[in-house]
Design a protein around this ligand. Sequence first.
Ligand SMILES: [Zn+2]
Length: 317
Amino acid sequence: MVEISEGIRRVTFPLPWQLDHVHAYLLEADDGWVVVDAGLGTPDAREQWSRALSELAEPVSRIVITHFHPDHIGGTGHLVELTGAPVSQSAIDHETACSVWGEEDWALRLAAWYRNHGLSAALADEVIEEAAKLRANVLWPRTPELIHPGDRLKAAGEDWEVVPMPGHADGQIVLLGVQTGRMIAADHVLATISPNIGLHPESGKDPLGDYLTSLQRTIALAPSIAFCGHHHPIEDPVGRAEELRHHHHERLETTIAALGRETLSAYEVSLRLFGAELPTHGRRFAVAETLAHLVRLEIDEQIVRVEADSGVQWNHA
Ligand SMILES: [Zn+2]
């Protein structure tokens, strides 16, 4: 555990993926510590939480979950067991968590969705297998206290406002320090990689459109520093938000170029955008990210969707 800013500590957990770590943050409040995000719910992470919590003189008074992704929500069960603290989550995010982690047939629905977007049955089966494995380490909160945009809490010497930043996840929230402009940014902006913006079976209609709006909101709010879910803090969040906007506008152009004059599935377009050599989870995110760009282009009337027997395909408008 390191003190990363006045009144804010950070704990970093290893992840068994290509993205090999995730950060949780602890904010010192009058009535104890506010923990933001819980890591993945592995037995090792529980051990690590137990050691980290033993370093704190005060108890944990609240657990805030920024979004339902396994590496942020998965360890909530461990944290609740260890601290007895209440959990806060946005209403939209809780709904998504219920439909992803709470429904037994989620992995099957996921595989059917990917097959409809061009994945082979064999690859879709691998998606199911990975999704099933993941669930064992996702100890998500069944009855969180719902938090809403504009809600505030006091910690680390200032007021923190709940700000919705949909895109990476529909219900993702960040916390903005009202007095200093510090932001606990979750995966909304990351320093060294572009956060995955994907269309998934459970997402809203236009995740990339939402994300571009959230980046605009970030630029308008002008945070002084962003503490993110992965990698190092961002010293110039406005500059980074502008870079990410530029990246996605460029990516939209590349997506149109990759489609050319052909009629292709999202999977086929993803091979052109991301190459053929990806592990299963990497391919899953590549197809979802490609789809987010394709539907943005569709809404913009630059391409059209073709519903064929074999599944969904896309071509030039
Ligand atoms: Zn995430």
